[in-house]
Design a protein around this ligand. Structure first.
Ligand code: SAM
Length: 247
């Protein structure tokens, strides 16, 4: 007796829907998502689509009908609730756009709960495009099977970030000038955390002193080499996830 194939199949396309799906029986997908499903994934009536809403969880839907620019879906079952997210924030100074987008993508894939763009004196970029960063994080979540999206803050000045810093959240300050061994610091400091990464030009002396004056700040070293900002972000998140996260 041939085994009944799993439904939805693992290969089913997976999409983020920006509305609460918990009480939704059917929906219409249009725009870029419809183009992707119809013209790239070539879905047809009866095919399965996985949907998640960053609110209630992930669902299995079936394609009811496809049009030229939209398709209608019927939600058939709930696959799983919204996952608990490791309590880690990434606070990072903007760098060149493509590399910053990539940093946001990797931070989402690695499991961070919040992405905080931080305006610093030496950052070569003083504006960010939140919609681009969010789009990159949505794509990453669709691909890595997250059901929860990282929160995305507006660009925040470093001094404002430090002034309003929640005392109960450890601020691991990645300082290329020197700091504690990260693994030792993680053994000594558990609980809600954040990692602060500077711009390509690094932090100024004044900024470095202000960060170190923050009671929650723990300066850490990421080794003897000067890492690019996005490498420092990805490496430090990975260490935290392996030590204190959900790996
Ligand atoms: N301009 C700085 C310099 O030349 O010394 C380098 C800045 S580095 C490209 C960008 C950011 O990555 C730094 O501000 C820091 O947050 C982090 N970083 C890079 N290498 C690091 C290391 N070995 N230890 C700790 N943090 C590091």
């Amino acid at each position: 007796m041939p085994a009944t194939p799993a439904w939805p199949p693992l290969s089913a396309p997976r999409l983020f829907v920006d509305s609460d799906l918990s009480a939704t029986a059917s929906l219409t997908i249009d725009g870029a998502q419809a183009h992707y499903l119809i013209n790239v994934m070539r879905v047809k009536a009866g095919d399965a689509i996985k949907l998640f809403d960053d609110i209630s969880g992930e669902y299995a839907a079936r394609v009811v009908a496809t049009g030229r620019r939209d398709l209608s879906l019927a939600i058939e079952s709930k696959l799983r609730p919204r996952e608990p997210v490791p309590d880690l924030w990434l606070c990072a100074a903007p760098i060149k756009r493509a590399r910053y987008d990539s940093m946001a993508e990797k931070a989402c894939e690695l499991g961070v709960a919040r992405f905080v763009p931080v305006a610093t004196a030496r950052a070569v970029v003083d504006k960010i495009k939140p919609e681009r960063l969010r789009a990159r994080m949505i794509e990453a979540a669709e691909q890595c099977e997250r059901t929860a999206l990282p929160a995305l803050d507006d660009l925040t000045k470093l001094d404002a970030l430090l002034t309003g810093w929640p005392a109960a959240r450890i601020l691991f300050f990645a300082d290329e000038r020197g700091g504690a061994n990260f693994a030792d610091a993680l053994a000594a400091h558990s609980g809600p955390a954040a990692i602060l990464i500077g711009p390509e030009g690094g932090f100024t002396d004044e900024e470095n002193a202000a960060i170190r004056a923050c009671s929650a700040a723990v300066p850490i070293s990421l080794g003897p080499r000067i890492l690019r900002a996005e490498t420092a972000a990805i490496a430090s998140i990975a260490v935290w996830m392996a030590h204190a996260g959900d790996w």
